[in-house]
Ligand binder design. Structure first.
Ligand code: 6CS
Ligand code: FE
Length: 307
């Protein structure tokens, strides 16, 4: 009899390994910390636990907002940034869609990514020190900003970056006003309690395409319809300077932007230091460091950025 060796640990979140979509209940906890630890209070933690997200109004002062907006504009104008491999350009125009790794490449964004107001909330939600798995600025320019299809970030991070469990939280900090009509974040509240194991495999160098328009890891229309019918869709409108923190396994998307008003944000992903990435679970090789970091230095610590 031929012996087949078993993987060292069972994959709790298999994906991209069969021809059919399957839906599992999430086994991992959602909120790890308590209200006593702060800064989030009990109603805030409860909202995050139930819906998978939490809005924070007035995170930035008006001076901070001004500084980040200027930085955003100057980066988009910089020809060196435009040709950098960490910059993603929109499919049908020459406009910048995203700039990755801004917590390492830019001093202004490094400071906000390590700011205790944000890191403290992430640590409380995840119940441990946290490190930055990914950072980016999303521009969503007026007229030409394209959509992001429905997906769970965790499904991609598990398949392509080797993130073991959904113990990560993203923050999207609004640098422009989010209206219903300029492509704001949409979340299916409660969808973070289910895991959609997607059909198909992961193509070679998938990130080069998926960061412009995601293909692999997007659930099929039938599953998305069932999810929308069950959970509904929340549209996260709100003024510049506010933010949304959301669980890594939320089903979310955003529409394209045909209005003249850009919808730009800073996007930072914090992962628990107890959930560091390993080999990808469903991809030929790990993605580059600027998309999925393997530097597990805790955010907010004095060590960040040294060396
Ligand atoms: O690839 C990533 O890490 C992120 N970007 C996309 C388009 N989907 C998954 C995840 O949000
Ligand atoms: Fe996403």
């Amino acid at each position: 009899m031929r012996m087949v060796s078993q993987p060292a640990t069972e994959d709790l979140y298999p994906t991209r390994s069969s021809e059919t979509t399957r839906v599992f209940d999430r086994s991992s906890p959602i909120v790890f910390g308590t209200a006593e630890q702060g800064p989030l209070d009990a109603p805030g933690l409860q909202h995050y636990d139930q819906t998978g997200y939490l809005a924070i109004n007035d995170l930035l002062t008006s001076e901070e907002l001004e500084t980040y907006r200027e930085e955003l504009a100057s980066l988009a104008r910089d020809p060196k940034v435009k040709t950098d491999e960490r910059t993603v350009v929109e499919a049908k125009s020459d406009e910048v869609r995203s700039i990755f790794d801004i917590h390492r490449s830019n001093e202004v964004f490094r400071s906000i990514a390590n700011d205790s107001r944000i890191v403290g909330r992430a640590e409380q939600l995840l119940g441990s020190a946290v490190y930055i798995h990914q950072s980016r600025i999303n521009y969503k320019p007026g007229f030409v900003g394209n959509e992001f299809s429905w997906h769970s970030d965790f499904e991609t991070w598990h398949a392509e970056d080797g993130m073991p469990e959904p113990r990560a939280v993203s923050i999207s900090i609004s640098l422009t006003d989010n209206y219903s009509f300029n492509g704001p974040l949409m979340i299916m509240p409660g969808s973070h309690t289910r895991y959609v194991s997607c059909a198909g495999g992961t193509p070679e160098d998938n990130y080069k395409k998926s960061l412009i328009m995601q293909g692999a890891g997007t659930p099929d229309p039938g599953t998305l319809t069932e999810f929308a019918d069950e959970y509904g869709i929340d549209v996260l409108e709100g003024p510049a300077g506010g933010a949304v923190m959301f669980d890594s396994n939320c089903m979310h998307a955003s529409n394209g932007n045909v209005t003249p008003y850009p919808r730009s944000n800073i996007f930072i992903v914090y992962n628990s230091v107890e959930n560091t990435c390993t080999e990808p679970f469903a991809a030929p090789r790990p993605r580059p460091e600027f998309v999925g970091s393997m530097d597990f230095t805790p955010a907010g610590s004095s060590l960040v950025g040294e060396g």
